[in-house]
Ligand binder design. Structure first.
Ligand code: DAT
Ligand code: MG
Length: 138
């Protein structure tokens, strides 16, 4: 298989809880490579582009507000099948039911907010990865 790149974000909850190192550790322990990394206070315009597919959904506003609430660590990660592989490391969207052993399952839960605060983002397809990497690393 060809080497792929994906966009990983440590969301504001992950940064605030000092889990960036643990998340980087898991990515590296799995054997993926860190290609680039930056700490970003994301503008609304960037988040609107990043989450364009969710515009109009009930969780969209709280999602954008949450993502604006503090710094995010953006990481360019490389490896064979890394797009799929990081999604498995992250676990399913709802952190309450994400499997133990995953980032969301081990460290996330429902905090009674209108948005799932689930610690990380990972691109979901090669097309998303290309689009999102351009947005966050331009
Ligand atoms: P993922 O981040 O697992 O790719 P997604 O792209 O469907 O999930 O949604 C983007 C983010 O929006 C997700 O990480 C958390 C939030 N979200 C999704 N579905 C939600 C819901 N039903 N209620 C609250 N927040 C939700
Ligand atoms: Mg998604």
């Amino acid at each position: 298989t060809a080497i792929e790149e994906t966009l990983v974000l440590v969301k504001p909850d992950g940064v605030a809880r000092n889990l960036t190192g643990e998340i980087l550790r898991r990515i590296e322990a799995k054997g993926y490579s860190l290609v680039d990394i930056r700490l970003v206070q994301a503008e609304r315009s960037l988040l609107a582009e990043h989450y364009a597919e969710h515009e109009g959904k009930p969780f969209y506003e709280p999602l954008v507000e949450f993502m604006e609430s503090g710094p995010i660590v953006a990481i360019r990660v490389a490896g064979n099948r890394v797009i799929e592989g990081f999604r498995v490391l992250a676990g399913t969207t709802d952190p309450t039911t994400a499997a133990p052993g995953t980032i969301r399952g081990d460290f996330g839960r429902d905090w009674g907010q209108r948005v799932q605060q689930n610690l990380v983002h990972g691109s979901d397809s090669p097309e998303s990865a290309e689009r999102e990497l351009k947005l966050w690393f331009s």
